[in-house]
Structure formats: structure tokens, C-alpha cells
Write a new protein. Sequence first.
Length: 213
Amino acid sequence: MVAALTIPSLITKIENIAFKTAFKKQISNFAQAMETVQFEDEFIFDELRNDWAQSPVFICKIQQQMKALKSGLDCSTVLGSNFNSTAISTFQTDLTWHKDSEWYDKRGEEMRLNIGYNHNTFLLPDGALINFNCTTSVFVDVNGYKKPNTVGKDIFYFNVSNKGVTPFSPYTENTTNVNSCTTSDKYHITSDNYEQDCATGSGWGCSVKYLLE
């Protein structure tokens, strides 16, 4: 009886540690890829804020460095000399981030993503799913389409800028709006609320907690 009560809890604890470790690994890998892209291609990430249409180029360069298996973008087209960022149908594939109602926050509430960012997604050899989201956010599902597909468990975020990887928006102080381009699913995470959010809220605060550890 004791085993029946303690074993599931132990399995969950071990699983959570594995997810956290995988998240930190992806942060490190992404940061290295981004540094290489910025150095070799003289790619100024912050310029994306003024010319968001060029984000597919950045994403394709990053995923090349990370040796993606599949992509929501046809990078041979995106990185070609005749790339037209307005002709979306010509460079998107069938790979997307999780569909609506197929991923959840830590409280079990269904999550949604702005459809404009669905294809800014790529799948890595280790099974992780990466999504370049609104403005500066990168979403990571460390075990891809496998369950639990839950924020704060196997789904995390971090922000990026010319400064590298940051837990909060690089353009504000100790605060960020996660999933900010999907208004109804926007979560305001700050240096004051991230621990509580990780414990009893949406789960996005867990990303900050793990980044700061």
C-alpha cells in the first residue's frame, strides 16, 4: 500500500527533473546556435523587431545550426535568393506547433497560439519541439508531441535578443508577457510572481525559476 502511494509520486519527481534538465540543455544549444548565426552571418537579432517578416530567415539559420529533422518552414525557399516573405503559402510545410486544445497550462486549461506563428516550428533529433513565437519568445516542448504537453512540466519558454537568452523580455525590466500575441492566453510573468505562478498558476513561471537556478 505504501509503495502504491509513493511510487507514482517518485516517478513524477524523476520525470520533472528530466524535463527540467532537458529544458536547460535546449537553452544551451539554442544560445550556441544563435551566437554562431550572429557571428557568421552578422545577423542582428534586434532588427527583427523592426522587420518581423524576416523572422523565417533567422529561424531557418538557427534550425540549421541545431540540425533540425523537420521544419514548419521550407528553408530551401526561405534561404533562397528569391525569398518573398509575403508569399506565406510558398514556404510553409505541414509541421506546426501543438494544435489548439492539445496543450495546456499547469492548471489544465487549454492553451492557444496565434496562428501566424504555428509554422515557426522545428523538430530536433532528440524529439524536442521548438517554436519561435511572438516578438522575442521561444517555446520549447522538451519531448515534442508526447504528453503531458503541459506548461511548466514539459513546455517552457525563454526570451532572446542580441544579449542572448533571458528569462524576462530584454526590452523591459524583470517582466515579460508570454504568448503575448494571443491576447486571451497572454500571461504576465514578473520577478515578483514567477515562483507562485510555477507552483499554482499557469506554469510559465517555472521557466524563469529554472533559468535563474
